[in-house]
Design a binder for this molecule. Structure first.
Ligand code: HEM
Length: 560
């Protein structure tokens, strides 16, 4: 035993020495960046959390709370790009809020590739569209692109209408028509709606509303009831999905430290089960969709011109790619399916929850949204009229679209995005007081943060009323063009969100239908509070997969 102590100690001290040397080398690169940065453009963070930089790299959003309360660090420093490298960071960091620099970084995926290692948490089922880079990403993107066309947009329109109306019926059956209104948590409502819409327009599967009568099927859905437990499973589909989403960090911990999987801790065991069952559900969905397509036959195949769900279009496109070297394996299909489900409901649900809170806090915006909805939908289109409604009504819902956009400006689901400079380069920033430009050297390996939340809320780009909820700002006039380059809720360039239109159409339908039927009001509890306190509570948030609306309780009053 004692003969092993010597080599063991040598190994440990060697490792510690290696870590120290690596840190010193890293520190040199960080200091070099500070030396070369033009005057005034570097800012050493004093935030205590930043001392934990190596840990925080994986949770980069934790410090944004300060932004909302005390103004952005850019405003404090008077510049639009800063070198705000944490003390112990292993590489230089640059933070960007300048529209032109954002465009330069987002627009060049070769010079600024994505930091894919940060997305480990969503690669449990293997590589997918979100987690890959380079040629592998191109293959995934090419296979997925065919799914997000007009055929799917039309289905999103129809299914969003159907789902939201079924929700109204269920809500009213449970007292939602009562005089005086009923309080709901908009986060819960919107999560349910978004989940129903993605499973339907995304996967052609119909989950009955938890509280409603099973709806009369208006579309070609699978008869499988996904809220019940099929043979061989322990969880229904929805709880499996929701547990998997909420347990993402636990799952990532278990993947890193597999020993944790065997601990008899409920949280670990529950998450493990949810992931295992979700995998089987997704596998089954791939098989079922293939079988349906075979049964439909060649002549009936969904193509770009007809309504079709994402899943069917994805599998169809994937079969067509056979032989071209682009085909996704079954595991890759499964993993892509998982990210569509994940990215397709959490982001949209939270955006819509924030929209409800903002509409309750801003009755004049709500009145304009309602006036538009009343005029576009004097009567609600029947399911048979949905297609015509997509063509004729959708382009007229301009205020609804602007409301969705404005919500995403104030609450972008992804508050920051991160890239890594592939080689030495320069970004152009602005001295905020004078408007003068400066060049910021960006050495190869630098982590570049696209600070979406800061860019969306800075007065320099959006004007003195940047903090106000004002959908009108998205309407151009002869004198005013809204600042496109300072707006990037869906990221930009080649790696921008593939589901942006899906989410926007869904948002337009839900918001316009909601205000047409109900007044979205403050709860009695909020009425009693001063305005600032109301805002603080109703617009409170936490970091999850997307920023989550944690205080969006509103009262829905049926309109006369
Ligand atoms: C309001 C709703 C949404 C917001 C704010 C949003 C935002 C974003 C952002 C910022 C990115 C870039 C992420 C990065 O670079 O790390 C992204 C990528 C992506 N989004 Fe969305 N998203 C939304 C809805 C959706 C929907 C409905 C779907 C699918 C049905 C979807 C699927 C994806 C996928 C697959 C990617 C990866 C694209 C690629 O890298 O090529 N998203 N989204």
């Amino acid at each position: 035993m004692s003969s092993l102590t010597g080599p063991f100690l040598a190994l440990v001290s060697g490792y510690i020495l290696y870590l120290l040397l690596a840190r010193l080398l890293a520190l040199r690169r960080v200091l070099a960046l500070f030396r070369t940065a033009p005057s005034g453009v570097h800012l050493q963070y004093t935030h205590p959390q930043f001392l934990l930089a190596p840990v925080l790299r994986h949770y980069p959003q934790w410090d944004v709370g300060d932004y909302r309360a005390k103004g952005t660090p850019y405003e404090k420093a008077g510049v639009s790009i800063i070198a705000a490298t944490p003390l112990m960071a292993p590489e230089p960091n640059v933070w960007v809020s300048d529209p032109l620099a954002l465009k330069a970084v987002g627009g060049d995926r070769h010079l600024f590739p994505k930091q894919t290692e940060l997305y480990d948490v969503i690669s449990f089922y293997g590589p997918n569209l979100v987690t890959t880079e380079g040629d592998e990403w191109r293959r995934h993107r090419a296979a997925s692109k065919a799914a997000f066309g007009e055929g799917n947009n039309m289905l999103v329109w129809r299914e969003s209408m159907r789902v939201v109306r079924e929700w109204f019926a269920a809500f009213e059956a449970q007292g939602g028509k009562e005089l005086g209104g009923k309080v709901v948590d908009a986060h819960d409502v919107m999560t349910e709606l978004a989940l129903l819409i993605i499973t339907s327009a995304g996967f052609g599967r119909h989950i009955p509303l938890s509280s409603a009568q099973p709806p009369t099927a208006s579309s070609k859905h699978s008869s499988q009831d996904l809220s019940t437990i099929p043979p061989g499973f322990k969880l229904p589909f929805v709880p499996a999905l929701l547990t998997a989403v909420s347990g993402m960090n636990l799952q990532s911990l278990m993947t890193k430290y597999p020993l944790l999987k065997s601990l008899p801790v409920e949280a670990f065991q529950g998450t493990k089960l949810a992931y295992a069952e979700l995998r089987e559900y997704l596998r089954g969905m791939v098989e079922e969709t293939r079988a349906e397509m075979r049964a439909e036959g060649e002549g009936q195949r969904a193509s770009g011109g007809e309504e079709a769900d994402l899943f069917k279009l994805l599998i169809r496109a994937n079969e067509d790619e056979e032989g071209l070297g682009q085909k996704l394996s079954d595991d890759e299909l499964l993993s892509t399916t998982y990210v569509f489900l994940l990215a397709g409901h959490e982001t949209t649900a939270n955006t819509l929850a924030f929209a409800c809170a903002l509409l309750a806090l801003n009755p004049s915006v709500q009145a304009k949204l309602r006036a538009e909805a009343d005029s576009v939908f004097p009567t609600l289109p029947s399911p048979e009229e949905a297609l015509a409604s997509y063509r004729e009504d959708m382009p007229r819902l301009k205020y609804a679209e602007a409301t969705f956009r404005e919500t995403l400006r104030l609450f972008p689901a992804e508050v920051r995005l991160t890239k890594r400079a592939a080689r030495d380069t320069v970004l152009r920033g602005t001295y905020l007081k004078t408007g003068e430009k400066y060049d910021m050297p960006v050495p190869a390996g630098t982590i570049v943060w696209l600070d979406v939340w800061a860019a969306h809320t800075m007065q320099e780009w959006w004007g003195a009323d940047a903090a106000e909820f004002k959908p009108e700002r998205f309407f151009d006039t002869d004198e005013y063009k809204w600042p496109r380059d300072a707006y990037m809720p869906f990221s930009l360039g080649a790696r921008s969100c593939i589901g942006a239109r899906f989410a926007t159409l869904e948002g337009m339908v839900i918001l316009s239908h909601l205000v047409r039927e109900y007044e979205i009001c403050l709860t009695p509890e909020m009425e009693a509070l001063p305005l600032e306190e109301r805002k603080n509570q109703m617009l409170s948030w936490a970091i999850g997969v997307a920023i989550q609306a944690t205080g969006a309780k509103v009262m829905l009053k049926k309109r006369a």
